[in-house]
Design a binder for this molecule. Structure first.
Ligand code: G3H
Ligand code: 13P
Ligand code: ZN
Length: 322
């Protein structure tokens, strides 16, 4: 099948109590690792591209890699999504250039301005059969070149969501309930430590999610910043020359709960980066004489595939739903 937008995916996910995984892609091995996982567990899939990915790999290369994946996985619905579109022009360029879904992220702007920019993107996107994700509330962490300190982040205000969705016509809404971008989601003083000395982050604000869902029945909610930062990969990195002290993510059981509620799309990027980097570091340390990139990218791609399969089966619950 051709690339699809996320409309039907989200309807099924909402009614089925699961979420579709949205994974960031930057090169061929990442695209292959993710799509091989989706094909193996028969899951719908969102491949997303950030402004940074377009700057790194080039729009055309990324679109063609995703089109290749669509050919290789004929039975899986795949959407191509712009992650954190910073302005109308970037969204337009992706809509004109083959994407089936875009995010306009004007969450750092005042409420009225966010509405105005989002509405403009929605009008253009809908005219072209493309769906739009918008955002209300601010996540902490790093996305593209924007760094938001934890104290500057703010939860979504449920009393604003109906007006925002009605006035903009957006198709899904990313909300801030305590997730955060990157591998260092929380400072040590925001966390407690468990008996093994591992940092335990504050729980997600399910009360905010529930209040938003009550006000927007049937409407798909999106969670960004949802990597869990698996400690086995942090350890693998640190044992092989890396330095990532106190990297901490969102516990998977909390994401599983969110997926069973109104959350239809969960964004995961950092966990794939950790799996890829840990695997390459370990390979390099164990094979100092090797220099063929295929030899270290092959296990890295396999690690991404394994990570995505785990997410689809144990966290998102989207396996078998293609
Ligand atoms: O939220 C941002 C994603 O993890 C993409 O990251 O801007 O480094 O491509 P990037
Ligand atoms: P993580 O950094 O938690 O993987 O979040 C990715 C994300 O939200 C992409 O938009
Ligand atoms: Zn994000």
């Amino acid at each position: 099948m051709a690339l699809v937008n996320t409309k039907e995916m989200f309807e099924k996910a909402y009614n089925g109590g699961y979420a579709v995984g949205a994974f960031n892609v930057n090169n061929m091995e990442i695209v292959q690792g993710i799509t091989e996982a989706a094909r193996e567990v028969n899951a719908p899939l969102i491949l997303q591209v950030s402004k940074g990915a377009r700057a790194y790999a080039n729009h055309t290369y990324l679109v063609k890699l995703v089109e290749a994946a669509v050919i290789e996985c004929p039975n899986i619905p795949i959407a191509l999504h712009l992650d954190h579109g910073p302005d109308f022009e970037t969204c337009k360029s992706c809509i004109d250039g083959g994407f089936t879904s875009v995010m306009i992220d004007a969450s750092s702007k005042p409420f009225e301005e966010n509405i105005e920019i989002t509405k403009k993107v929605v009008e253009y996107a809908h005219d072209h059969g493309v769906v739009v994700e918008a955002e209300l509330g601010t996540l902490a962490g790093i996305e593209d070149d924007v760094k938001v300190a934890a104290h500057a982040a703010s939860y979504t205000r449920p009393e604003e969501v109906e007006e925002f969705v009605t006035k903009t016509g957006c198709d899904s809404l990313a909300i801030a309930i305590g997730t955060s971008h990157g591998a260092y989601k929380f400072t040590a003083d925001q966390c407690t430590r468990n008996e093994k000395g591992i940092l335990v982050p504050p729980p997600l604000r399910f009360d905010v999610l529930e209040e938003v869902s009550k006000r927007l029945p049937g409407f798909p909610i999106v969670l960004h910043g949802s990597s869990s930062v698996p400690q086995e990969f942090v350890k693998m990195i640190n044992e092989n020359g890396g330095q990532m002290p106190d990297a901490v993510g969102i516990p998977e059981e909390q994401l599983r709960k969110a997926a069973s509620l109104s959350v239809c799309k969960i964004n995961i990027d950092s966990d794939l980066r950790l799996a890829m980097t840990g695997t390459i570091r370990q390979f390099m340390a164990q094979n100092p004489g090797k220099f063929d990139p295929r030899e270290y990218l092959k296990p890295a791609r396999a690690a991404i595939k394994e990570m995505v399969m785990h997410k689809m089966i144990d966290v998102l619950g989207c396996n078998g739903k293609a």
